[in-house]
Design a protein around this ligand. Structure first.
Ligand code: NAX
Length: 329
């Protein structure tokens, strides 16, 4: 067996947590030879603690051979102690009448505190995946409060958007998901995202030869960008199993490498494509193993694609300006 991996999960008693923890404990990210220690963070109130205790009882009852220990806490420093990987899921949901900037400012302090705690307590090569919304800017806040960690230790989740795009393409062309490569989603995890199929191939043929532009513009783009809302409408709750599955995909590829495949991660920009440095932006990356990734370079955009990228990046820049006081503190 390999060395035990310490995995922190915040908001562990929530919907996504419930769909994620059992797969982490079963080896879906770190493999069948790597024991896992779960370090679970929840809010300090009776209801959250009781819910988390119930989840722990179920984890226990699974008798997972790889699960060595489960720690529960409401102190981020305890949750992140020695953590090799961290899923930052817990955040405040958007309440009635709240707009995006209200949500940013309401959730900002959580990610300030968790950034500081990661800085103090986590392994120096920790892989942090922010899922809690608005995830790009929450990740931006977190890494700014972790000056002793490489910003490349932080990413935000746009894999669900990329998976949704792949699923739509597979359905439309009636080809298997595994035949689809090179789909990427740029920008913000919001309605402004840019799902880009210009370099995608389906069983070796350019996707743009198999689907027409009207379908791409009028069906595909709005369907992918507003899928979260459609799930809420249908289920009465936001996506949880598909979000957890995307989080597994994201961390598995980041940790192990993506075998040369292009995958979408929101990562701190290095200035490529004129995306302001430091903004946490959805981009195509290749994970090269041992927790490293490289941003794919030299992509050429169509005029329409460039306009979509500029729009979603402008939204991220605006969000970074909204949270500037939280960065300065
Ligand atoms: P839930 O409300 O079911 O669970 C959130 C949990 O986090 C709760 O148990 C709550 O007590 C806990 N929590 C809140 N603040 C905390 C804190 N400061 N420390 C520790 N725990 C805390 O939400 P769920 O459906 O699990 O969704 C979680 C987050 O994921 C939301 O912000 C949601 O918007 C976001 N999503 C992000 C997606 C993405 O693609 N990036 C897709 C799915 C999801 O919408």
């Amino acid at each position: 067996l390999n060395k035990t991996v310490r995995v922190a999960v915040t908001g562990a008693a929530g919907n996504i947590g419930y769909a994620l923890l059992f797969r982490l404990a079963s080896g879906a990210v770190f493999g069948p030879n790597t024991p896992v220690q779960l370090q679970l963070l929840e809010r300090d109130n009776e209801q959250s603690k009781a819910a988390l205790q119930g989840v722990c009882m179920e984890l226990f009852d699974c008798a997972f051979p790889l699960l060595t220990k489960v720690v529960t806490t409401s102190d981020p420093r305890v949750a992140f102690d020695g953590a090799n990987a961290a899923f930052l899921i817990g955040s405040m949901p958007r309440g009635a009448g709240m707009d995006r900037s209200d949500l940013l400012l309401a959730n900002g302090p959580i990610f300030q505190e968790q950034g500081r705690a990661l800085d103090e307590a986590a392994d120096r090569n920790v892989k942090v995946l922010v899922v809690g919304n608005p995830c790009n800017t929450n990740a931006y806040i977190a890494y700014h409060h972790a000056p002793n960690l490489d910003p490349k230790c932080f990413s935000a989740m746009m894999r669900l958007d990329a998976n949704r795009a792949v699923a739509q393409l597979a359905e439309k062309t009636q080809k298997p998901v595994c035949s689809i490569q090179g789909v990427r989603v740029w920008g913000n995890h919001s309605n402004s995202m840019y799902p880009d199929i210009t370099a995608a191939t389906i069983a070796g043929t350019a996707a743009t030869e198999l689907v027409d532009e009207a379908w791409y513009n009028d069906y595909f783009l709005p369907t992918v960008a507003t899928r979260g809302g459609a799930i809420i409408k249908a289920r009465g709750k936001s996506s949880a199993a598909s979000a957890a599955s995307a989080a597994i995909d994201h961390m598995r590829d980041w940790w192990n490498g993506s075998d040369g495949r292009v995958v979408t991660m929101a990562v701190p920009s290095d200035g490529s494509y004129g995306i302001p440095e430091g903004i946490v932006c959805g981009m195509p990356v290749i994970c090269t193993g041992n927790g490293n990734y490289e941003i794919v370079k030299d992509i050429e955009f169509t005029a329409a694609g460039r306009a979509r990228l500029d729009k979603t990046v402008a939204e991220l820049v605006k969000e970074s300006e909204t949270v500037a006081p939280l960065i300065a503190e």
